[in-house]
Design a protein around this ligand. Structure first.
Ligand SMILES: Nc1ncnc2c1ncn2[C@@H]1O[C@H](COP(=O)(O)OP(=O)(O)OP(=O)(O)O)[C@@H](O)[C@H]1O
Length: 249
């Protein structure tokens, strides 16, 4: 079955606890960023991050998500990845998905790098056999050497990111979801990291990337979805006119 992502009238609402609606409203109304802030009868505050998003993405689509800060790009990616459940509406995904964000999700600080690597592999849907196959390559790419057998709480944040990045990019996903560029540490590593992500993009059947960069979108994408306060206001092939409109806002 061909890969696809279909969203049908998807809404995602976040409840914000510990805030009083009335004091917030005055300033919130002036904001030009973010999703729509609302209050419920009891004074409870919520943010509508996605409001009725309908999208049909398929084989060969390389989609750039554009929008102001808080427009809902990351929320949309996380909803596509199954990390967030829609509050209402339907999400259908066909194909193996690899999100290149939330890399630290599910890390066990007391377990070694090698153990975490296996855990993450399982979360990504690999079999234990496949994980062993990839383990050597991952160890190699991350350049962690003997550190792989130490608990990750003894790692620097850059070392941890290297490891999780290496794991996340070890398998070839059919659907690749990217949230801007991953900054994984020193320049030499970044160069290798970018090469690895580019190779993944080439192999993926469907790719979605959230970005503020025109250059990146022109290089990597053939379609654009423009988000404004949680709604998709434009969707179509990448054209200079569309990018002018979307990035001028
Ligand atoms: N966990 C959360 N709890 C409450 N509100 C949230 C949460 N995550 C996101 N939001 C809100 O949802 C809206 C959309 O946020 P999102 O991170 O999806 O935007 P974005 O387009 O990716 O922004 P940016 O370009 O700044 O990264 C924002 O108003 C944000 O404040």
């Amino acid at each position: 079955m061909p890969v696809h992502i279909r969203l049908d009238d998807v809404h995602v609402r976040f409840q914000v606890f510990g805030l009083h609606g009335r004091s917030l409203k005055k300033t919130a109304l002036k904001l030009t960023t973010g999703g729509r802030i609302g209050t419920e009868p009891g004074g409870r505050v919520h943010i509508d991050a996605l409001r009725g998003v309908t999208l049909d993405l398929g084989e060969g689509d390389r989609v750039g998500l554009i929008g102001h800060n808080g427009a809902g790009k990351s929320t949309l990616l996380r909803t596509m990845a199954g990390i967030y459940e829609p509050t209402s509406g339907r999400v259908q995904v066909q194909g193996r998905v690899s999100p290149m964000f939330d890399l630290m999700l599910g890390i066990d600080p007391d377990a070694t790098g090698r153990e975490n690597l296996r855990l993450r592999g399982l979360l990504l849907g690999l079999t234990p056999g496949e994980i062993e196959e990839y383990a050597a390559e991952i160890g190699d790419f991350s350049g962690l050497g003997e550190y792989l057998d130490l608990p990750v709480k003894a790692y620097s944040s850059g070392m941890l990111l290297r490891l999780m990045f290496a794991v996340a990019t070890a398998i070839s996903p059919e659907i690749l979801l990217l949230d801007e560029w991953i900054t994984a540490g020193d320049a030499a590593f970044m160069e290798r990291a970018e090469k690895r992500v580019n190779a993944l993009i080439d192999r993926a059947s469907l790719m979605v990337i959230a970005s503020h960069s025109r250059d990146l979108i022109e290089r990597l994408c053939n379609k654009v979805a423009v988000l404004e306060h949680g709604r998709v206001v434009e969707f179509g092939p990448v054209t200079p006119a569309l990018l002018d409109r979307a990035l001028a806002a």
